[in-house]
Structure formats: C-alpha cells, structure tokens
Design a protein around this ligand. Structure first.
Ligand SMILES: [Zn+2]
Length: 678
C-alpha cells in the first residue's frame, strides 16, 4: 500500500541539519535550546527539517535506553526539537547513521567491516568507522534503537544514512558465514577478482535486506512514516534498495564535487518517477561540514534549478559543537527560501512537457564513482542547446507517445525488447540520435539498431581522437576547420544512411620519430567512413555520430562539439514546442500544471576560478540579469504569456505555429505562464 506522501511533495523548503559530534569538545551541546534552535527554521521559512537521532560517531541524540548517548547531552535533543517543530507546523525527518558508527565498532571490534587485505575499515583520524551490516550490530543495536525511536516519537519521516557496505563488499567473519550458508562457497578476496558480480551482489543484497528489516519494523509501529535510505531512487540505484524507500534522496553539490548543472540534470531524471525525490545541496561551499556559507544569490540559483525541474529542495547544514545553529546562515537560507516561496506554487506538482527522451545508464557504485560522463554530457549539451528533455535509466523508459526524439548515449544498456520499441518509435515517425557504441552488441558484432541507423559496424581505429570534416549547416557558430573530437571513433559502413560529415584521421599517433607540437596532431587524411550520418527509416529518421561526443563533452568542455550536435538536432527536430535565442548560460524548461504551461528561464553566472587543480570552487557571487530574450511557442492553443511571480503580461505576436514574445529581463529565475486565454 502506498503511503500518503503529499505533505512531502508540497513542502519543498527542506533543511537537513547534520550533527555529527564527537565527545571531546568540553562544552559539547551545552548551549542547546530547542526553542532558539527551531526559531531559526521558522525565521527562514523552512517547512521540513531533518534532525539527528544518532550520528557517525555513534552518539545517540535522543532519550535512549539502547546504545550510547552523547555525554554532553543533558536530556533529549531529538525529542525537544520535534516537539518545538510541531508547534510551528514543521515536519520532522529523523536521521539515523547506519553505515558509520564509531562507538559501536570501537567497543565491539568484531563488528568492523574488513577489506580485501584483511584490514578493518577504521577511521585513521577521520569520521569513518564502518560497522558491518551482517554483524550483530544490526540485531543488537540498530533494530532495538529504531524500535525505541519509532515507539517514542511521532516523526514524519526517516532518513537512514549510508545503507551500503564500503564498495559493496566486506570480508568479516559474519559476512563469510552468511555468504557460505547462502552460496555454498567461501567468500574470499580471490572471489572478488574471479566473480565480482557475485561478491558485490551479496553486498547490495545486504543493504537491501537490512533496509527491508528496518522498513518493516517502522511500518509495524508507525505505518504512516515515510522511510528513506540515502541514495534511494537516484538514477541507477538497485530496485531492491528503492523498494525500501518511500521517497528518494539524490545528493548534489555544485562546484565542490560536481557541476552547477547537477541539480537540473538530476531533476530531469527524478521527475519521471512516481516517488518524490529530494535533491540535496549544502550551505557549505566545498563539502559537508566546512563551516563556510554560500551567497543567497547562489542558493536562489540552485533552488530555482531544483524546483523548476520538478525536484524537492533540501539544503544541508551542521550544528555547532555547542549545540546551536549559526544564525547568519539562516539569514541567507531565509532570503533564498523567500525567493522559493514566491515561485513554488507554479512548480509543485508540475509535470514536464515531452520533447526528447534521453535513455542512458548511470553508475550504482554509490558515492564512490562519479556520474556517468556520457549521460551527464548529453544532458549538459541539451540544456545548453535549450532542448526540452527527460532522462531515463536504460530499459525503464515509458511508452514514448508524445516524445519527438530519443537520444542514446554510448553507455545505454538495452534489452532486445527495448531495441524493438525504439525501432517502432522511428518507424512511426520518431527521430533517433545515437552516438559511438550505443546499442553495439559484442555477440552480434553490430549495432542492435543497425537497420534503423542505416549502417553496419566495421571496427575500431588506431586513434584515440579524430576530426570531423566540415559541413556548412552543422558548422553554424564554429570555425570552418576540421573539428576535433577527443574520443575514439568507430568505422561503420553505410547501407542506406547518407553521410553528412566524414572522419578525418589525425596526422599520426605521436611516437618516437613522429612527435608533433601538440600531443594531438592536426588532421591528416580524410577517411571514407561517416562521422555523422542520417538515415530515413519508415516515417522517421535516425542520426548517428561515430564518436563518444557526450562523454568527451563532459570531460573536455569542447564547445564546438556541442554546437555541432545541437545544430544537427535543430535541423532534424523540427517540432519543438518552444524555441529561444537565450544565451547558453540560460536554461529553459517547459512544465505543465492545471492545464497551463510554464516556461522556466534560469540564468547562471559564476566567477573565475584561480589555480585549476586546487580552486575547484568557482562560486556564484552575483548574477547579472539577461535582457530581451526572444521566445517562440509553437503551440496554436497558447494565446497569452505572463511572467511570474511579477505578473507582467507580455506583448505577443501571432506566428504560423503559435506566438512569439520577448521576455524583458531574467535575473535568476523567471517563469512564463502560457495560457489559452487571451
Ligand atoms: Zn562483513
């Protein structure tokens, strides 16, 4: 039975307050006062808060009978904050550190996770002391604590942090015992080399089973409470783990560990799901717990990206050692949440208007890998090219009715049934864009969609990069020279496809006696193989680019590659609902709600970075407004355009396919409400 998650969907001004607190600071928690604590959230207009019951150090922050309470805590931190929050109609999510607990392992060393070298996973001076979820840590501490917390307090939700074993495997005696009983063979580091899938699969099962046990305990006591484990419903997360989470959580830290486009890209995936998903950013400039604070301007931009694209805003903070919050931080969060409050009615519950479906893979190596470059590179390209798109995970794409085009990055993993669905999509008039090895099958030694693409796979090349020969209409905005793509090309043989650009080999592979000024020499011979091709198939068209343009774009930021690819899409994707001449740094996204359409325009501007290897944080200090953005809406039903939240009715001009208008100014986030009323 599905729980009522409406409150979670409607209250999108959420704060998560970390309180990982060791016991050595002499005045730890001494100044905690629930009333003052909660007054900061009230002042900042937060409507959901995440509050600690147990931290990474294993210290309990509630009135506990089980486990170890923080020695500085006089009475009850969680309970008092909960009671005070309820007075102000603020919902409370109980945070519990699952996969890290220093107190538990230091006092029960047999509960430690053990790595492939036989070493326990201890902290060595950091916060990370890792208990194994297959040890009695679960039976003797976690479950009894979850039971008493759930029985004692009326929380609205739960967040269980770190549901996984580190890297998804552990070689402790408890894991070895359970593994042998289940699989009839020894769990050894050698097995990790010879059958990694089995070992890692056991690790993922461990997380899923532990979360299932926790989920069922909570459901019996408080069936209405929404349960989550960190990472659930993020793109690529195992279904067994998702099944234990009523809402999702996808962490996203622009600049520090990711791109400023991260919120938008994540939201374009999670908005296609049936569960509400938090996109969690932080107040800190460079990672959890660094006691710095972003500007309000930056938070407004970040929050706009999340809410405009269908996500739920959540921002992380950290309590000071003395148990108080930094008031100055809530001045900033409050200013940014006021900005959200003015706009959220146009965003909450909105659905995206269908345009392009990007179907791609994403890692499930929780926390330990970066996002898939091909997936995020395709999304970056499409956002910068003002293409309307949603992001789907491999075979989990819906009926494609309403989509005009499908984009397949090289990493996509498709079943034969999914390939068949895409074949029918193009046959019926859809546009397909595939790149590199997308749909290539090692067994068949060809693309699954070779007939649709109108070409056959031949082989790989000796080069790790090559050039595209010029084609006038695709070179709009780029220099009329052979254009470099810093990735490996594929030789294909056209059957029915028309070649739009050829692969031009580099002059050479630099080696002894063949060195060149730059490690990537200029273009040499023009090959006979297509670099870009188009094929009519049924009523539709399939485009193919014989290089991993999306991955290389994410990794190199070579703008010309994006311009060529988006020029190609613009040429063939002729049925766009909106078109705009906005600059690359303005994101456009079209949503619908209550019979109206809402075009979101979000303006981005950061400052220069210094030394690239160390100053990886390039903050937003102020955003300069963009003026006079031209928009064409190709929908004959749309008659009027009004900017929100300021309510300015725009002058519109009728066009053959709808209307056009000029948005006079976009500072950070302007919403254009499109209506069929005059
Ligand atoms: Zn273990």
């Amino acid at each position: 039975m599905k729980k009522n998650d409406q409150w979670f969907r409607e209250n999108i001004r959420q704060v998560h307050i970390d309180f990982h607190m060791p016991e050595f600071p002499r005045d730890a928690i001494h100044n905690f006062n629930a009333q003052e604590f909660v007054s900061e959230f009230v002042r900042a207009k937060a409507n959901v808060i995440g509050v600690f019951t147990k931290c990474h150090f294993g210290n309990a922050f509630y009135d506990n009978a089980v486990g170890h309470r923080h020695s500085g805590l006089k009475e009850d931190f969680f309970g008092e904050v909960l009671a005070e929050a309820k007075k102000h109609d603020i919902k409370v999510i109980a945070y519990y550190s699952l996969g890290t607990d220093a107190h538990a392992v230091l006092n029960n060393p047999d509960w430690y996770q053990v790595d492939e070298f036989g070493k326990v996973r201890g902290s060595e001076g950091t916060v990370w002391e890792l208990p194994c979820l297959n040890s009695p840590y679960r039976e003797e501490l976690v479950i009894p604590q979850v039971k008493e917390i759930t029985e004692k307090y009326e929380m609205d939700g739960y967040l269980f942090d770190i549901p996984y074993l580190h890297n998804h495997y552990c070689f402790c005696n408890y894991c070895k015992k359970k593994f042998y009983e289940e699989h009839g063979q020894e769990l050894t580091p050698e097995l990790l080399k010879t059958n990694r899938e089995l070992v890692v699969g056991f690790g993922i099962d461990t997380a899923a089973r532990c979360m299932k046990e926790i989920y069922d305990v909570i459901r019996k006591i408080r069936p209405e409470v929404l349960v989550n484990c960190n990472g659930a419903w993020r793109m690529g997360e195992p279904a067994s783990v998702n099944a234990t989470s009523d809402y999702g959580l996808w962490e996203s830290q622009p600049s520090a560990t990711g791109s400023f486009l991260g919120h938008s890209i994540r939201a374009r995936h999670i908005r296609t799901l049936d569960v509400p998903v938090q996109i969690m950013t932080v107040r800190f400039t460079e990672g959890w717990g660094l006691m710095s604070c972003k500007t309000a301007e930056q938070l407004k931009f970040e929050f706009a990206c999340i809410m405009a694209n269908g996500g739920i805003i959540n921002i992380g903070d950290q309590v000071l050692p003395n148990g108080t919050l930094q008031s100055g931080v809530y001045d900033i969060i409050g200013e940014a949440f006021s900005f959200v409050e003015e706009r959220e009615a146009f965003c909450i519950g909105a659905k995206s208007v269908r345009g392009i479906a990007v179907i791609a893979d994403n890692t499930n190596n929780w926390y330990h890998d970066k996002d898939d470059a091909a997936t995020f590179g395709s999304a970056k390209m499409l956002i910068e090219g003002h293409h309307q798109f949603d992001l789907y995970y491999n075979n989990d794409f819906p009926d494609l009715t309403g989509y005009r085009a499908v984009v397949l990055p090289e990493n996509v993993k498709l079943s034969p049934e999914s390939a068949e669905r895409l074949r029918a999509f193009v046959q019926g008039g859809g546009l397909l864009l595939a790149e590199g090895s997308a749909t290539y099958s090692r067994e068949a030694k060809n693309f699954a969609l070779a007939d649709v693409l109108g070409l056959d796979y031949l082989e790989r090349t000796p080069y790790s990069f090559a050039y595209l020969t010029e084609r006038e209409e695709l070179w709009k905005g780029v220099a009329r020279i052979p254009q470099l793509v810093e990735g490996e090309f594929i030789k294909t043989v056209p059957t029915t496809a028309e070649t739009l650009s050829l692969i031009q080999w580099p002059l050479t592979v630099p080696a002894v006696n063949r060195a060149f000024r730059h490690p990537m020499p200029p273009a040499g011979l023009v090959s006979d193989f297509p670099a870009i091709s188009a094929n009519r198939y049924g009523q539709g068209t399939a485009l193919y680019i014989a290089a991993p343009v999306f991955r290389t774009y994410w990794n190199s930021n070579h703008f010309w590659v994006r311009r060529i690819v988006t020029n190609l899409l613009d040429q063939y994707d002729t049925g766009k609902t909106f078109e705009t001449d906005a600059p690359v740094h303005v994101e456009a996204n079209l949503m619908e709600k209550d019979g109206k359409k809402f075009l979101h325009l979000i303006n981005f501007q950061n400052i220069h970075a210094g030394e690239k290897s160390s100053s990886f944080y390039d903050p937003i200090e102020s955003i300069t407004p963009v003026h006079d953005i031209e928009v064409r809406i190709n929908d004959p039903l749309i008659r009027s355009a009004t900017t929100r939240p300021d309510g300015l009715k725009l002058e519109t001009v009728a066009t053959e396919r709808g209307i056009r208008f000029t948005v006079p100014k976009v500072h950070i986030h302007t919403i254009v409400e499109l209506s069929d009323n005059e």
